[in-house]
Design a protein around this ligand. Sequence first.
Ligand code: GAL
Length: 941
Amino acid sequence: MRRSLAVFLVMLCALLGVPPHAQAAAHEVTYDRYSLMVDGERLVLQSAEFHYFRLPSPALWRDVLEKLRAAGFNAVSVYFSWAYHSPEPGVYDFTGVRDVDRLLRTAQQAGLYVIARPGPYINAETSGGGLPAWVKTVPGRARSSEAGYRAAYREWLHRINPIIARHQVTDGGPVILYNAENEYQVNTDAAYMQDIQDQARADGIDVPITTNDCCDAGSWSSTWATGPGAVQIPGVDDYPQSFECANPDVWGPWGEGLTERLRDDIPVFAAEYQAGAIDLGNAGYDKCRELTGPAYMKYFYKNNLITTGATMASYYMGYGGTNWGWLAQPNDVYTSYDYGAAITEARQLTPKYDEFKRQGYFLQAVAPLAKTDPAAAPAAPDNPALTTVARANPDTGTQFVLVKHADRAATGTDDATLDWAAPDGRFTVPVRVKGRDAHVLVAGYDLGGQRLVLSTSEIMTHALIGGRDVAVLYGTAGSPGATILRYGSQPVVKVLDGAVRAAYRDGDLRLDYVHDGLARVLVTGGGRRPLLLLLGTDETAAGFWRAGPDSAPVLVRGTELVRSASVRGDTLTLAADTAAGQVEVFAPPSTRRLRIGAEDVRVTRTPSGSLLGATRAPEPVRLPALTSWRSHAEAPEAEPGFDDSRWTAADHTTTASPHPPKTLPVLYADDYGYHHGAVWYRGHFTATGTETRIDLNAITGLRGNYLVWLNGRYLGSAAGGVEADSGDSSTPPNPDPGPGHFDVPAGALKPGADNVLSVLVANTGHNDDWIADDLRFKQPRGLVAATVGGTPIRWRIQGAAALDRVRGPLNNGGLYGERTGWHLPTFPDKSWKAADANLPPGVTWHRTTFRLDLPKGQDVPLGLRFGGDPSPAYRVQIFLNGWNVGQYGGDIGPQRDFVLPAGILDERGSNTLALAITAEQPVTGPGPISLFAYGNVRSTR
Ligand code: GAL
């Protein structure tokens, strides 16, 4: 029934000439060995990963998604984090920053398909790999079909699946694929993998189901290709550059990154292809961007495209975002999840973005790429440093030749002559490919109304605009280029700009040139419609944007970003981001006026038939200094007289954890419902007076610590738990980071009376469950052992207070100030004293407010900068208007700058910053602290 309605609507849209992705009508998704198809039309899926939970500002989702679309991506891949939505069993929240309906609507409005990845396990360097911490207390192995876990994950799937289902392509929405589980390769359970899919189908998922196999393992494609657990389109993850950003000069230490063909009946799917890195060695994300920069992208992505014919690729990450609150898996990442991605955490575009754009536009413009087989490649006999690989479209004969040069330290020349048997004849043409580079050259291609015999320039895009073809080709600056076009008779060639030699012989127009700036050639006559050929370099090509509907595209040169374009009457209106500079638009000749946002831009017509104008610089921005900090010390919990009678009694003698307690009672914070951030313990004991030492053992996740007081007297601190989930997977996790010994100071005990041991444990997040062994994920948090000689201790525990419904379960831990609202903008701090740089051991809060009045119509992403050297002796939780936007400190990571996202930040109003500083010893506090801007553009954001 629904299917026939879908077909009817598709036909209706076709009749009305509405482009498929703009229709809110149902479509059919199919596939064969070459590619995905929507309503029978082939698609090269070019997707980038984006995590809405790492950008807690729904208004900015549109900005990032539009930026991805503008780079030529036609899809976005999204993990849905179970932990982000569910604070406790049976409780789910899909409102506010968790409104995934809004996310999916926004993706569609941006013109992107969605690969929906709801796990249940997602990894992604998120706390627990996306499994809520409460799952740690559920019996049954996580990521298996065991009963307790099964009930839990089904609960999640039945909440998230219906939301995804109502946004499927098959119902007129953007969701084109459904990804079950994540890199589920070790300790697998086929019944579980099958059940995820059965639940999805029962919940209305009818798009193809995929999974992302790890590391070339291919389990779900080979062992269970047809058995329980097998998915329709398995894909493979590849991270050829590894994650050691400190050494960005490496070249494929984890292999060539060639995505295997897994089956004959499905396309080659690079489900997660490396497009950045976690910063394992704390080198900073700029180094990760270098590790995975344009040279890597050119070589590895093009090699994968042509060598294996992958027509489905999703790049991890397109935009990384922020591990705000307690979102991060504690062992591998810190607050920033910038990832060295093409779009930075502060939403800025980078040279990697330019490279995605060059490649993405090509993939979208040149349709024969969606169906290719391996083909004979032309040789480059005069330079063995260059190698070639080719594919051809069996229907059109169009050839795609990869010329690659893998060696950066190559000696000798990078030039070669290609002896090329192209579909339209045999030619010798010069090519130059420098070390660590690769070019995809095209031959035998119907480029709009033209016949491209071949070109040694790469095609970026082409468009039919106002009755003529406009094509942008490019090559490395300084390298030779040759483009051959076929005509029925001699055409008229006009070189409008640059040095291009044209020669016509026997139907072939041959253009020879050196890639330099932007050459322009107008070709008319010859029995074809006119062609404006724009021959650029990597840099000048990256200056182009393609926008507007597929049926009426325009090209724009200049501006910082073009989000969309529409032509009405004689006016072209762009939604664009601009700074001072030139803007040139290639639009139908009837277009005489240009508007950007709400502003008219004065333009003149150029010899290329385009319109040329200038954009204005944005208004400069002055940011307030952060002054008038007020301060208050806390930690009344350390005082013996503190009333803990309403705290939870920690008296369990058993636990569902696979890690047996070292001492009783069980003190694992999760067992008492305290899952995130700081947790306090108060242990009461009647001292004999002979106790000489206190032995404690806490597991916090890497970068955590714990502080200890006896009867209000500070005894010191110790490092918390070690990393337990990476390294040799055969080694059992180490639940024992080594006990902390604290000597009882003389006179500190009150023999025969109540003595109080107060312990503040910093829980930095939960291990992931990458190898599905349960042990790492279920490693406890909080105290795992505590003794004061042999004296019995009665314990109480306190973590986060009531759930913050707006900010969610990951925002807060159990510091006194957090439980009492010191982080909230509404908190009255007038009675606090002026802040002092000297901090005592324990917890001290600093607060200030600042007003902003950022210019309207501009995008000025702001950050908070910690100057000076951070001390390992303190850790700072940063709250902006009540939102926990990050953790700073010498032990936490190399991060000094923290993004303050608009939406949480009031760009035209008052803002409150609150810092909760936990010091292990007397120390000078962090600073100086200032605001700064990551960028400034006029924007239609
Ligand atoms: C993959 C995993 C992703 C992410 C990535 C590294 O193995 O599927 O979720 O963890 O590694 O950033």
